[in-house]
Design a protein around this ligand. Structure first.
Ligand code: NAP
Length: 474
């Protein structure tokens, strides 16, 4: 018997949905069904927004210290459920458990930072006869994807709570389980009712209703560029604030004087972790022509050395894709690359050696790739790297910037200063310098078709407040 989730979390309570039917959640490694989760409908969307609207009246007037204390309570209670969430994510989207415990759930720590950032709402500035103050932006609608489901949730919920906003959330129907645990925690700590409301069900049904809802003041969406563009269009009719965190096809420039072994290893591992389903992964590797053969050989060795397989095995580096549908998409791109004339260094369309079922794709590396090819222009969202040779740094920069996306990038050069100088010429919202690490205190977001939002760090809270000018008598 698979587990059945029959309630939605609205107004501080688990309630029976008005919507009918269930969406089944599958384990992509075993292909087994693991849970049936109830579907919300339009009536449920209305109930959730009504609760969030009512709750906003009081939550928006809490002091920053009160919100700090609530967020810290949430932080401590979530810490206690981290292992459960790591397991739920691993089971529903295939991230190996040893990685899930780090890359999927360590983001809980960000609550501590956002508890502190509640104080940012008290900032006021005097400008001549005016005082400029910050007020919470209102009721938020959050829609999030499946690749880092808890991370996407926290990147929105934590700053929104800190700012004094209330919210209605819908996570991807492929990975709703950690969100349900999150809602249990919200209930357990007794967060004022209606501040946090969680719906489950399909984006194709609930998405339009949420983003056009008259009581939604802010839409924050993370997902594909095509869905994001559609949301922006729909929300424009009521001039809602729309924050979009979208796709990427990030370039990684390795310079002539970079330590090649280190840089290529970093690049390959960066893409293969989470099976290439990381929006900021450096999927276009740009290598000086003089070092190309050597770099290709290193990339092949590193990719072939990664352990692929059972996500429950602590030594697994890469599990399956998050679903069979995602495997099909990635396989189509690999076939497309071959049709376009790119050559396989390693990987391909077959299941990895020794694996007979599950949504697995081999770590795949293409060489002789032209940046105009589809596999270099479109986001594959799988364990696929395209290696592109370049002759001059100017050419490398032109290739890096020749993309509809502008989410992330990487540079590995002989010195940090030299890499930073190159990074400043790349049109992306972030750049990883000489193997630099992800930082929850730094903003993340895209240029161009990668979106318009900035999450995390101090900038993460900016999306959730309005600015008001009080013109005082002279
Ligand atoms: P997606 O298909 O756009 O789905 C994202 C979310 O939108 C899911 O919750 C989905 O629900 C929902 N949705 C589906 N149709 C909708 C509609 N018509 N209206 C409103 N919402 C709708 O994207 P995905 O394939 O899940 O996620 C992968 C994409 O996310 C990649 O492009 C990746 O680069 C991007 N991403 C970006 C960032 C960033 O920070 N920039 C971070 C992570 C991922 P259902 O799942 O129930 O259909």
């Amino acid at each position: 018997m698979i587990k059945k989730y029959e309630s939605l979390f609205i107004n501080g309570e688990w309630v029976t949905p008005h919507g009918t039917g269930f969406t089944t959640v599958y384990n992509p490694a075993t292909e087994d069904a693991i849970a049936d989760v109830c579907n919300a409908d339009g009536e449920d969307v209305n109930r959730a927004f009504a609760a969030a609207k009512e709750a906003f009246k009081t939550w928006s007037t809490t002091t920053s210290q009160e919100r700090h204390d609530w967020i810290m309570k949430l932080y401590h209670a979530l810490e206690a459920r981290k292992e459960e969430m790591a397991q739920a994510i691993s089971e529903s989207m295939g991230c190996p458990i040893s990685k899930s415990r780090i890359i999927q759930v360590n983001c809980v720590v960000a609550f501590k930072k956002f508890a502190e950032r509640a104080k940012m709402m008290d900032v006021q500035t005097q400008v001549n006869n005016s005082v400029v103050i910050r007020e919470p932006a209102g009721v938020c609608a959050f829609i999030t994807p499946w690749n880092y489901p808890l991370y996407q949730l926290i990147g929105k919920v934590a700053p929104a709570l800190a700012a004094g906003c209330t919210m209605v959330i819908k996570e991807s129907s492929m990975t709703p389980l950690q969100g349900l645990i999150f809602a249990e925690v919200v209930q357990e700590i007794g967060l004022p009712k209606g501040v946090f409301n969680l719906l489950t069900g399909k984006g194709s049904v609930l998405g339009d209703l949420m983003v056009t809802h008259p009581d939604a003041d802010v839409i924050s969406f993370t997902g594909s560029t095509s869905t994001g563009a559609r949301i922006q269009e729909l929300a424009a009719k009521t001039v809602k604030r729309v924050c979009l965190e979208l796709g990427g096809k990030s370039p990684f420039i390795i310079t002539e004087d970079a330590p090649l072994e280190k840089a290529v290893t970093f690049g390959v591992e960066d893409v293969m972790i989470n099976s290439g389903q990381t929006c900021i992964c450096l999927s276009r590797m740009l290598v000086p022509a003089s070092k190309y053969e050597e770099a290709v050989a290193i990339a092949k060795r590193v990719a072939e050395g990664l352990k692929i397989g059972d996500p429950t095995d602590a030594s697994t580096y890469m599990g399956p894709m998050s679903s069979k549908a995602q495997r099909d998409t990635v396989v189509k791109y690999i076939q497309k690359g071959l049709e376009e004339g790119a050559k396989l260094v390693t990987g391909g369309v077959e299941l990895p050696y020794g694996i007979t079922k599950g949504a697995y794709v081999q770590p795949t590396i293409f060489r002789d790739v032209d940046n105009k090819m589809v596999i270099a222009q479109e986001e594959i969202f799988g364990p696929v790297i395209v290696m592109i040779p370049y002759d001059t740094l100017e050419e490398a920069l032109a290739i890096a910037n020749d993309s509809p996306y502008g989410l992330s990038s990487g540079v590995w050069a002989g010195t940090v200063d030299a890499a930073v100088a190159i990074a400043r010429k790349i049109r992306t919202g972030g750049c990883y310098i000489n193997g630099g690490d992800f930082n929850y205190d730094a903003p993340l977001g895209g240029y161009k078709q990668s979106g318009n939002g900035r999450e995390w760090g101090d900038f993460g809270i900016h999306e959730f407040y309005e600015i008001k000018s009080l013109q005082l008598p002279a």
